[in-house]
Design a protein around this ligand. Structure first.
Ligand SMILES: Nc1ncnc2c1ncn2[C@@H]1O[C@H](COP(=O)(O)OP(=O)(O)OP(=O)(O)O)[C@@H](O)[C@H]1O
Length: 325
């Protein structure tokens, strides 16, 4: 089945002085797709989104959005898209309702249509009760929900969201994810940057991994997960690792692969069910005490590590720290 391409990016480049923020990036996003853009801090995600949404100018490369060449007709392209930036772009002194109406006005919506849409979105985002309160007094999660609503005022065909769920309360994040799922099912094309790998796994059709300004891998979530499907992993925490002869341990269980994962953890992997008792017995016979045995479910996090060499937990902590500043 051939699918229509909605966003086309080819050999995109952008530098800031010596820093090559985006380095020859190419990818396509299909009509109606939820496309995830994943990478660590400083990978070039925001710079790419900024170029796609007309907030920054590429040094070179081609950008087509909804069949429109962004460098030739930036205004026409901007009418097709909604943008949810990583920082709030709304007015603190205006109420939630007035902020939405103001954004609708920027897209040329008439007063009645603006007001109707603003009420509809406030309801959808669970903010009706706060419609007449100033944006400045909203909680972080409420602010983020309103920023997303503002990006949707003119019912864009394509929605760009930069880290929409970072640094907010669990309930708001869940609300936003649910809303993105609904929007996706209704046919909107969504371009999402996130560092929450489970979020990407749950929501996205395809994912691009970007590191150091370059895309290192792009594929469907289904395909990305294939290599880890059916793989069993057991993590054994040991008390006295200096007693351990890993090569001898591996030789005793030739159908399993053994690896050290941290100073006190042995990772045992196999393409079959791993029985824990024989492993523990063997290690204890060698004088190595096992304090914990834990089955690990392999998920997209492991695939991300394989393609980028980056630990997801570290990446998430860094991003959350950055948001708090
Ligand atoms: N306006 C700017 N001036 C100078 N350097 C910039 C500017 N914007 C981005 N950079 C640099 O370009 C690189 C890519 O930054 P970008 O913000 O696109 O990354 P990111 O993947 O969005 O990171 P994060 O997850 O931290 O937001 C970084 O090295 C950053 O410091």
């Amino acid at each position: 089945m051939s699918r229509n391409i909605c966003i086309e990016v080819s050999t995109l480049n952008k530098s800031f002085g010596e820093v090559k923020a985006v380095d020859g990036v190419s990818f396509d996003v299909y009509e109606g797709e939820l496309f995830g853009f994943l990478g660590p801090n400083g990978a070039g995600k925001t710079t790419t989104i900024n170029m796609l949404t007309g907030l920054a100018r590429p040094d070179s490369g081609r950008l087509m959005v909804g069949g429109i060449d962004c460098s030739k007709s930036p205004k026409a392209a901007q009418h097709l898209i909604g943008v949810v930036p990583d920082e709030s772009n709304l007015y603190p002194e205006l109420t939630g309702f007035d902020n939405l109406c103001f954004c609708g006005g920027l897209y040329g919506m008439r007063s009645k249509a603006r007001r109707h849409r603003a009420h509809e979105l406030l309801e959808l985002f669970g903010l009706s009760g706060a419609a007449t309160r100033k944006f400045a007094g909203y909680s972080k999660g409420m602010k983020r929900r309103l920023v997303i609503a503002a990006g949707m005022m003119h019912r864009p065909r394509i929605l760009f969201l930069d880290e929409p769920t970072t640094g907010i309360d669990v309930q708001s994040a869940r609300h936003i994810r649910g809303m993105l799922g609904d929007l996706h099912r209704s046919g909107t094309t969504i371009f999402l940057t996130t560092h929450y790998i489970e979020e990407a796994e749950r929501l996205c059709d395809r994912i691009a991994f970007i590191v150091g300004g370059s895309i290192v891998h792009v594929d469907s979530v289904h395909n990305l997960l294939q290599p880890v499907k059916g793989q069993e992993v057991m993590l054994l925490s040991v008390e006295d690792p200096q007693q351990l002869d890993l090569a001898a341990f591996a030789a005793a269980f030739p159908r399993f692969a053994m690896q050290l994962e941290g100073p006190r953890t042995i990772r045992v992997s196999a393409l079959e069910k791993i029985a824990v008792a024989p492993l523990v017995r063997y290690l204890e016979m060698c004088g190595v005490e096992v304090s914990e045995a834990r089955r690990k479910q392999l998920v997209l996090e492991d695939v991300f590590l394989k393609h980028t060499g980056l630990d997801v937990q570290i990446m998430q902590k860094e991003t959350e720290k950055k948001r708090k500043r």
